[in-house]
Write a protein that binds this ligand. Structure first.
Ligand SMILES: [Zn+2]
Length: 221
């Protein structure tokens, strides 16, 4: 069943979180969303949606935003006009290299995802919607949690550690640590300070990629 949570924390930024953007990612990110407690949120209006399984279409393809699910998400964005917009995704750990590779720029014209540690990835949102549905002031973020498919599903925690140097607990900690930067930030400037303090290397990369995609006069988040 789809999940929705609204937190009325009074005056402050509007924050929209979307899990289960496409495919069956909702089942991977819902347990993470549920780790957020009331104390994790800044003042403001907070809306969290997590969707059930829908057909998988990549958000870098226009067909996604023409699909029922894509339209639903854009309707929410246009309705709430959030100051912070966050997509909570999951990905197959086997795709770590290709998702973080600069080849994405050459092949698809989209920036690579950025490694935040423990296989957690971050980036802005799809270039197809960044300019059209948000202002420059909006903080747009995508977070990706590693998951396993195919033969990896049979492996134990120890075997996964041996094969990928992956620890579920450490990945959860990293994902939540980045997510809390977003949930706790009171303003755009506050978010920028927190990212520069905890994720300087990632912030530098985000700036590099945004310059390539959007030009000099565009914010990195
Ligand atoms: Zn996804």
């Amino acid at each position: 069943m789809s999940y929705f949570r609204y937190i009325d924390n009074g005056k402050g930024p509007t924050k929209l979180f979307i899990g289960g953007v496409h495919g069956d990612e909702g089942k991977d990110v819902l347990p993470l969303i549920k780790l957020l407690s009331y104390e994790d949120f800044s003042p403001g209006q907070i809306y969290i949606y997590n969707f059930d399984k829908t057909p998988y279409i990549s958000t870098i393809h226009r067909e996604f935003y023409e699909s029922e699910q894509g339209k639903k998400i854009l309707d929410l964005v246009d309705y709430y006009k959030p100051d912070f917009y966050t997509e909570l995704h999951s990905y197959n750990i086997k795709h770590f290299k290709s998702l973080t590779s600069l080849k994405r720029l050459d092949n698809d014209g989209i920036p690579p995802l950025i490694d935040c540690g423990q296989y957690v990835l971050c980036s802005s949102v799809s270039p197809l919607i960044r300019r059209k549905h948000f202002t420059k002031e909006t903080i747009c973020q995508t977070l990706e949690f590693p998951t396993f498919r195919w033969e990896d599903l049979k492996l134990s925690e120890d075997e996964l550690f041996a094969k990928y140097d992956y620890s579920h607990d450490l990945s959860v900690r990293e994902y939540m640590s980045f997510l809390r930067l977003i949930t706790l930030s009171k303003t755009r400037a506050d978010f920028e300070d927190r990212v520069l303090r905890d994720y300087k290397k990632q912030a530098d990369l985000a700036l590099k990629y945004v310059k390539i995609i959007y030009g000099l006069d565009f914010p990195r988040y």
